[in-house]
Ligand binder design. Sequence first.
Ligand SMILES: [Zn+2]
Length: 468
Amino acid sequence: MAYTPLPINPRGSALKGVRGRVLTYKADPFLVDARDCYDYYEDGIVVIQDGRIINVGPGEEIVRQYPRLQDIDTYADAVIMPGFIDCHVHYVQAPMIASFGDTLLDWLNKYTFPTEAKFADRGFADDVAKVFFRQLLEQGTTTANVFSTSSAESVDAFFEESERYDTRMISGKVLMDRNVPDNLKDRSAEESVAVSERLLKKWHHRGRQLYAVIPRFAPTSTPKQLELAGKLYQRYIDQGVYMHTHLDEAENEIEWVKKLFPDQRDYTDVYKHFGLVDRRSVMAHCCIVREEEWQTLHDSGCGVAHCPCSNLFLGDGQFKMWEAKRHDRPVRVGMGTDVGGGTNFSIPRNLSEAYKVSMLQHHSIDALKAFYLATRGGAEALHLEDTVGSLAPGYEADIAVLTLQPTEFAKWRMKFADDIFEKLFVLMTLGLNDMNIATYVAGRKVYDRERDKPYMYASDFPNTKYEG
Ligand SMILES: [Zn+2]
């Protein structure tokens, strides 16, 4: 498809090109004929100015149109695609990823809560935020929907690091005023929501940062806190503020919610009752979902984060992709790593787990669908499908570059794979950690595996002007 390019801004930045195999999505292959869902160029180029994509198309043809385009990064055997989108991850759990298992609720008490309590210390929060962003960018993830913890320090540390890279991120203070240890527990519902609102005013739409109202999950909030959280969300929903929480992850969690909220029909209805189910809501997991709940999630336009690594690691439920994508009431679905329940930061590796979870239900997710979930699907789940998740004029220039030869063996194996989706399926299924070789955020190559200094902040790049 030919796009209408954006005009060059003569007072803007110098043009930047990223050239090689280019893959991008424009529709949901679970719902629409596969051929209408994507564009692929064997030799393509993405042209960037001022952090935005101004044109995408066949390399030769586009290069001729831009005589001032001198700065081009060319990737020989790699796929240039939109930066990956992680719809559910806890940055504060990076220090306890891969802790020896237990069921969800025991695991929270044993590992998660003691770790999160350390984030009242700003220095600790800063150190973890730094490590977390490096992990994300190394894996090609450029946008994430992120849990911090209950301390304001954990939120400030996260957004400050995000600002340094100029990444588009969503986070906020986690609300929890019961059933958690005292050193994490909010002192009162009123005070906790007031702190959340103060942080919202500070961070929402500051640069590329976006704010979410985050009740951890129904069992760790009093009805009063959920009510005030719902009011806060509703007050700011028109300004694009999010609501992010967990839903229907494990059997014993659902039983607990039933006991705590006996008047509500189901778990989704608990959130709905308090005004938390709406068009900017994102629900993590949704493994064990009643039909009425799918209908509510569809009607409200909620996004769902599928977190297969985490669900398998904690032995929770199996996400039912084909129920979520039922054609008469499809739900927006993206991928989530859910670190530290998830065991790695890589969205492509999570695709391989999604494939296996789906196969247990006798459905297969091919690479075309999988990489949609990793990019545009995630953007749709986060209601950002006009902003990130595709490579097209007007989109923010966030890009991942996946090598098709991450190891000697993979390079050899690729000789027996013909088209691009066969190759991508091999890549995601081998699940290697070194697939992503470069990551661009707002047009800047903030991660480059081969560079002396692999990670660079936005301020490390010179401001070169366009010379027409
Ligand atoms: Zn989670």
